[in-house]
Design a protein. Structure first.
Ligand SMILES: Cc1cc2nc3c(=O)[nH]c(=O)nc-3n(C[C@H](O)[C@H](O)[C@H](O)COP(=O)(O)O)c2cc1C
Length: 357
């Protein structure tokens, strides 16, 4: 039994949020030792992925929500993640929704959460980033931005402005998040007019402090809602979209569902968005939602996507997931004869259906 499987068999007997906090605390104080213990894969130079002005050291990043406060950057930077996205960070600290608010749906390899953007607030989170020495930070660091629960919808642009200004000089990309189901009214900001107000308010600061900027979308938007996100990305020169956040499944419980129960819906949204973005290669799509193996990356690549992120499958599989991805890339490179991932993805329409060499 691997160390992670042993850890998981014990951890899964305990309250999920407690395990999460205990783990993050341990990763913070013992980053090297624990990364050494858990790590089973290494990224190689040929696994690097360049897109949207970013350099990811591998094609699979850590999604937002796991290290909300940037306390474990040093730990995560030692695992085979190509990028790490912290947050969601709000301007002021907030405690989030009442507990319990995180639930395992083990049989479905899924999670239900209604955390509600619990985080230490932008000042403290920036302090946490800066307290991590640059060499211990991920090569590509993203910051996911959200409005405070108490901020009325019409003042949301002010929150996003403050956050952008705070982090622009200290990360590699930022994400406007209006797609969490756990902040009342937040998803209403996905309407095109509301999104336009947010990005208009960012226009001047984006000129003085340019930084790649993404919009994270919900999997529950109808096609015209997704079209609005594409329009916004084009109109405001965004670096791309991130699809998707968690989905609502009221029959399971209040909150957002992630993992395998989200996978199909998320995949359909990504397929639709990639079709809409086919003529605008400068606007990237970062895929997230139910990604659980190298096969998912391969399928995404064959549609023209590049980078993906994970949260839930990392909880269920641990670092074995990253090993599978690294091994998969190596085999795919042999199969296609490409020297590196960037080269392999140029000709994505001709990738074979099977990547195994
Ligand atoms: C416990 C938990 C907390 C999350 N918190 C955030 C968050 O703060 N901001 C955000 O943009 N996404 C958040 N997410 C969503 C993930 O980033 C991701 O979009 C979603 O879980 C789908 O990916 P997955 O199926 O790999 O988990 C959270 C997910 C989980 C499970």
């Amino acid at each position: 039994m691997s160390i992670y499987n042993l850890f998981r068999s014990l951890a899964f007997k305990i309250d999920p949020e407690f395990v999460h906090e205990l783990s993050m605390g341990s990763f913070k104080v013992l980053p090297s030792a624990l990364a050494g213990l858990f790590n089973s894969a290494s990224l190689k130079p040929q696994h690097q992925l360049d897109f949207a002005g970013l350099k990811w050291t591998g094609p699979l990043g850590l999604a937002a929500g796991l290290d909300k406060n940037a306390v474990a950057l040093s730990f995560f930077s030692k695992l085979a993640f190509g990028a790490v996205e912290i947050g969601t960070v709000t301007p002021k600290p907030q405690s989030g929704n009442p507990k319990p608010r995180l639930f395992r749906l083990k049989e479905d390899q899924s999670l239900l959460n209604r955390m509600g953007f619990n985080n230490q607030g932008m000042n403290k989170v920036l302090e946490n980033i800066l307290m991590t020495s640059e060499s211990d930070r991920p090569i590509c660091l993203g910051v996911n931005l959200g409005k405070n629960k108490v901020t009325p919808a019409n003042e949301a642009p002010v929150d996003y402005f403050k956050l952008y200004e705070k982090f622009a000089d200290h990360c590699d990309y930022m994400v406007v998040n209006v797609s969490s189901p756990n902040t009342p009214g937040l998803r209403d900001l996905q309407q095109e007019s509301a999104l336009a107000e947010i990005f208009e308010s960012l226009a001047s600061i984006r000129q003085s402090k340019p930084s790649p900027l993404f919009l994270k979308v919900a999997p529950d938007l109808p096609e015209d809602g997704l079209d609005s996100c594409v329009n916004i990305a084009k109109k405001f020169n965004l670096s791309g979209l991130i699809a998707t956040n968690t989905t609502i499944m009221p029959e399971i419980g209040q909150g957002g569902v992630s993992g395998q129960l989200l996978a199909q819906k998320s995949k359909e949204v990504r397929r639709y968005l990639l079709e809409q973005l086919a003529e605008t290669p400068d606007i990237a799509l970062i895929g997230v939602g139910g990604v659980s193996s190298f096969d998912d990356l391969w399928e995404f690549w064959r549609l023209g996507g590049k980078a993906m992120q994970v949260y839930t499958s990392f909880i269920y599989q641990g670092p074995e997931l990253l090993k599978g991805v690294c091994d998969g890339i190596d085999q795919a490179l042999v199969k296609t004869g490409a020297r590196n991932l960037n080269e392999m993805l140029v000709d994505y329409k001709n990738l074979p259906s099977d990547w195994r060499s």
